[in-house]
Design a protein around this ligand. Structure first.
Ligand code: SAM
Length: 259
C-alpha cells in the first residue's frame, strides 16, 4: 500500500518510522511519502491560508494550493490539456482521498477495514479553520473516492493526529502486518458482531491480593470461551448499548439470551 500524507507539519509523521509501522515499511508492505503542502505554493511567504469568505475568525486553507498538490500526486494533467469530452479523471483511479474533519461522520473499525484493502491512500491534514470546502467536493465530482472522517467529538488543532490514528487503525489490518493474524481477528469492534473485547489477564495469576478469574486457570476451553463471551456481552451492554441494539436477537445464541 502506498500512503501519501500532506501536511504543513510533515515532521509530525517521523514517528511512523518506529515500531510495527517502521517494520511494515522495512518488509515492503507499506510506503509512506510525507509532503509539505508549502512546496506547492508560488508566493514568497509560502502561504497556504487566507481569510474566510463571509467573515469570521481564523484562516481557511486555500483551494489552489491543495489542488496544485493533489493534482500532482494524482497525476492529473494540467487543466488546459483536459477537454470537456474527457471522462472524469478519477473514475478509473485506485486512489482514495481522506480528509480529517471534526464535522464529518466518525471513523470506525469498519472504515479502517475498508481502507486496508486500498492500493493508494492520500491523507490531507487540515489546519487553522480547516480546508476550503470545495476541495473534497471538487475531487468527488472528478470521480475520485473521497472520504471525510472525524476521529471523535472534539476539535484538535490540526489533522495530523487524526491522520495518525486512521493510518494506524488501517495499516495494522493489512495482510502480513501483524505477526499473529488472530490478534486482529478477535478484537473490539471487529467481525459481524463488533462486541467490546473481554478483559485480558497475564501472569502472575495472583497480584497484590487480586486473582485472575478462576475459570481461566481451568484449562476447559469451552467454559473459558463461554466466560469470555458473557463478559463481552455484559461490557458491551454496559458501555456501548448502541452496539447491542444494532446486533438484534438473531446474532445471540441460546445461552446469550439468558444473560
Ligand atoms: N473549524 C473547524 C470546526 O469547527 O469544525 C475546526 C478546524 S480544526 C482547528 C483544524 C483541522 O484539524 C481540521 O480541518 C481537521 O483536519 C483537523 N481536526 C480537528 N479535529 C478533528 C477531529 N475531531 N477529527 C478529525 N480531524 C480533526
Amino acid at each position: 500500500m502506498l500512503i501519501d500524507i500532506i501536511s504543513v507539519f510533515p515532521e509530525y509523521f517521523d514517528v511512523f518510522n518506529l515500531s510495527l509501522l517502521g517494520k511494515a515499511q522495512d518488509k515492503g508492505l507499506l510506503t509512506f511519502n510525507v509532503h509539505n503542502l508549502r512546496d506547492w505554493t508560488h508566493d514568497v511567504h509560502h502561504s497556504v491560508d487566507d481569510t474566510p469568505v463571509g467573515g469570521g475568525a481564523g484562516m481557511v486553507m486555500k483551494p489552489e494550493v491543495w489542488a496544485n498538490c493533489l493534482d500532482d500526486l494524482l497525476d492529473i494533467p494540467p487543466l488546459e490539456d483536459i477537454s470537456d469530452a474527457d471522462p472524469h479523471i478519477g473514475e478509473n483511479s485506485h486512489t482514495t482521498l481522506v480528509f480529517p474533519n471534526p464535522s464529518a461522520p466518525t471513523f470506525t473499525q469498519a472504515d479502517a477495514t475498508e481502507l486496508s484493502y486500498t492500493d493508494h491512500l492520500i491523507f490531507g491534514c487540515g489546519r487553522y479553520e480547516g480546508y476550503d470546502g470545495r476541495i473534497p467536493a471538487y475531487y468527488k465530482a472528478q470521480g475520485f473516492d473521497v472520504r471525510e472522517y472525524s476521529i471523535g467529538d472534539y476539535v484538535l488543532n490540526g489533522g495530523e493526529v487524526a491522520v495518525s490514528v486512521m493510518v494506524e487503525a488501517t495499516t495494522r489490518l493489512i495482510d502480513g502486518f501483524m505477526g499473529n493474524r488472530d490478534s486482529i481477528v478477535k478484537e473490539s469492534y471487529t467481525g459481524s458482531e463488533g462486541l467490546l473485547e473481554h478483559r485480558q489477564y497475564t501472569k502472575p495469576t495472583s497480584w497484590r491480593g487480586m486473582d485472575v478469574p478462576e475459570i481461566l486457570l481451568s484449562g476447559h476451553h469451552a467454559n473459558i470461551d463461554r466466560f469470555r463471551r458473557d463478559e463481552e456481552l455484559r461490557r458491551t451492554s454496559d458501555i456501548r448499548p448502541d452496539i447491542i441494539e444494532k446486533l438484534g436477537c438473531r446474532m445471540l445464541d441460546k445461552k446469550d439470551r439468558k444473560l
